[in-house]
Write a protein of this length. Sequence first.
Lengths: 449, 530
Amino acid sequence: MRYLPLSDNDRADMLAQIGVGSIDELFADIPEAARLEELESLPRRKSELSVERHLNALAAKNMTAGSVPFFVGAGAYKHHVPSTVDHLIQRSEFLTSYTPYQPEITQGTLQALFEFQTQVAELTGMDVANASMYDGSTATAEAVLMAHRVTKRKKAVLSGGLHPQYREVVESTSRQLPGGQVVSLPADPMGTEDILDQIDDETSCVVVQSPSFYGQLIDLKPIAEKAHEHKALLIAVFTEVVSLGLVESPGAQGADIVVGEGQSLGNPLTFGGPYVGLFATRQKYVRNMPGRVCGETVDAEGKRGFVLTLSTREQHIRRDKATSNICTNSGLCCLAFSIHMTLLGSTGLKRLARINHANAIKLADALAAIDGVEVLNKAFFNEFTIKVKANANDVVEALAVNGVLGGVPVSRLEPDNPDLDSLITVAATEVNTDEDRAAFVEALTEVLG
Amino acid sequence: MSMNTQGRPTAPGTADAPVHTTFTGNKALNMEEPLIFEIGRTDICGVDLDEPEKVELRLGGHERLSSLELPALSEPETMRHYVRMSRNNYAIDSGLYPLGSCTMKHNPRLNEKMARVPGFADIHPLQPVSTVPGAFELIAELADWLMKLTGTTAVAMSPKAGAHGEQCGMMAIKKAIMEKGEDRSIVLVPESAHGTNPATAALLGFKVVSIPARDNGTVDPAAVIEKIRENDGKVAALMLTNPNTCGLFEPDIIAIADAIHEAGAYFYCDGANFNAIVGKAKPGDLGVDAMHINLHKTFSTPHGGGGPGSGPVVLSDRLAAYAPLPFIRQGDGELEVVETTSQLDEGEKPFGRMTAFHGQMGMFVRALSYMLSHGSDGLKQASEDAVLNANYVRVGLQDLMTLPYGEHPCMHEVLFDDSFLKDTGVTTLDFAKAMIDEGYHPMTMYFPLVVHGAMLIEPTESESRASLDLFVATLRDLVMSAQQGDTQRFEGAPYLAPRRRLDETQAARKPILKWTPPSPTDVEPKAAAE
């Protein structure tokens, strides 16, 4: 087996040195009844070539985003990632290093995390950020738990513009705690819900996504004000981090915790994971923040260096009193994010955001011109919702048959609300060309015709 | 054209090396690298982007007015910035990485290659199911391997890491208890458990009751039964790591599982150490109801400096119905993807959802690539080699270092305590830091908590015999050095790493968590004449 350095001679010699007659003597503590001889019904070892054949055959069955006009968003976005990013994250020293528990020999990872935290804090307009969470949905769930710790209350109010699967993750997690209460508002494609009415003195936090799941941009300021009047926290969520290059930051609008999905920078679609959850908050809440944090310090010679810090919040020290059970972060994905962000700088990010917005406007206008299509959102970034005169799910399937991946039928995530059956969320990014848009318009016209 | 007739000196010069400081602070190949914010500029961009078309913004007045100032680096500067930083990292690819419980094994590059095939990397989690049959087939195939290796009947694929998997398994248990209309609030956790176990139980509102280990480092079924009696009818689950964090297989695991089941509770197994027994025993045969599998440990997906991980949870028949959304069901001839409650069949009662989308697909591809490469025979061989290597290290060191539980065979990792350092003036931490100067990443220290000055060594199956011999010889030399009173080698260690020991107290007391521009008072005052 190509990954195993020991030869049979090595094994025999080593067993002799250990003083046992066979390898099974080392496994003698396994109860006899449970010992295995052979793993029946599983294939035996394969060469590199045959593994490639097997997996490539599976991959070939999938329609890739890059091979068709592609307009799918809803929490994961196809952007162009510079080649430098994937090369650098595959450097052995980043790829095959562990969590930087020995800072003297992991300054590479630690410095990258410190830079990442600085970038995320600046993007979100917040004081501090952690060293990443699993993804946007779990970051949102952790933010709600953090708000409960800060406010010592247990009621979360979720906007109807929150990604439905994010909502389900929050509900599943926060209802585990005794007294944990989640008020989820109905789906809100146009951003017209009255969330202010829901905030009272029991409320721990209000969770609002902007741009919303439906693409609508939401004014967070009045929500922050109302929340603060009741000593509740505003948790602002985004799924498209590129929007922060053009849309006002949640921090400037009064958010107390900002969480989001960072996949758009540096990370491929990869069918939903691994991604990178971004998490930022105000300085005063830093000791309630979940997840790993990297901080600056000095070494014995006075040289600047970085370490994991505030670990007294974490599970390996605090056990059942920890702020979170999180151990792993999204290390390599946040490195990819940070490298892409470094290549762009704010100048590049602003430009990229403008290109995305311009492409979305052109797409919205082109689709709105089709008979039987209505664009619902007046204010959006690179994603919006259309209403079609047919069942959205059928339309999207038919588009795929015509070689266009034309968005997500809302009913796939919200199946129990007939009002949403004709809605499709549609995203545009810098990868879309004029030809892509024309193909989409032609296919949709035909499908609806 | 004439040759340089003087020649150039070819003798090596003097070997005497007084303390040598450099102008740059660099040490030859070892470079000091400033932060992006100190070398980047906001007036450049390392990506060539088209000029955005002039359009009337449709942002509804939400345009960003607050500042956004992040410096950029050009492409060559970016490359150099990160390459230089990377050289300050230890990695498995550069040396033995004996972190017990963390399983730093070889990460095959075939797995990286396959994860980047566009058919896996360039597909969207919400594009029509009909356009990604290969993705669901891959997930189902990996699930099949996991169930067969563990002897279980269901698996929740979506958890994003080990602790997330624990949370998933415990939420399934909580749901099962609720469905039965019972009220059980207590989770039993042995003292030697990973910190994530009690943290997860507490996160779900359970009260944690600790179970002491017996003198040989394993759990006594009698102690479990006693806690069950003391908390009559209230015990929801036992969370047990097996092989345990002392590197020992729990010999009474079946009796423990029986006691838990008799009490109407569930057996959660922390699968962080599953890599020791793959192909040698199936957790399902040992009475396990739920166990997460760290694909980034047992199945070699890279640790990436702290993630991403992946933590699918296998479930017994007793818990299978409560697996979270989404899941894949074998329909008539083809796979059916269940993403919402409206698609549920009778008897399917998911407790909810762990994450958006389908889980860590990129990690699934890598793990399956690893499994296919090994095959059932290779996986078993890998477990055996991991255990063989750990025992080889054990016998190489047991006369000099101290084994807290006697000279009993260990599984894939060997646990020492620090009594061999007694009266030497060298602490466990000093000892570990001196390993850095010798070119080794230290072992896991001060964990598990049940042993004083714990040192947990997991060499993995990826090490050759020569590599183990050098490692053992190095540790022997360090032990003898400590016992002979050479404290200098330890107390300031590491001396040769990119950084000396870092002040973690200062970092925690006054946290500096991001770069801020130096304030004018920090800048050295300029000469008055200027």
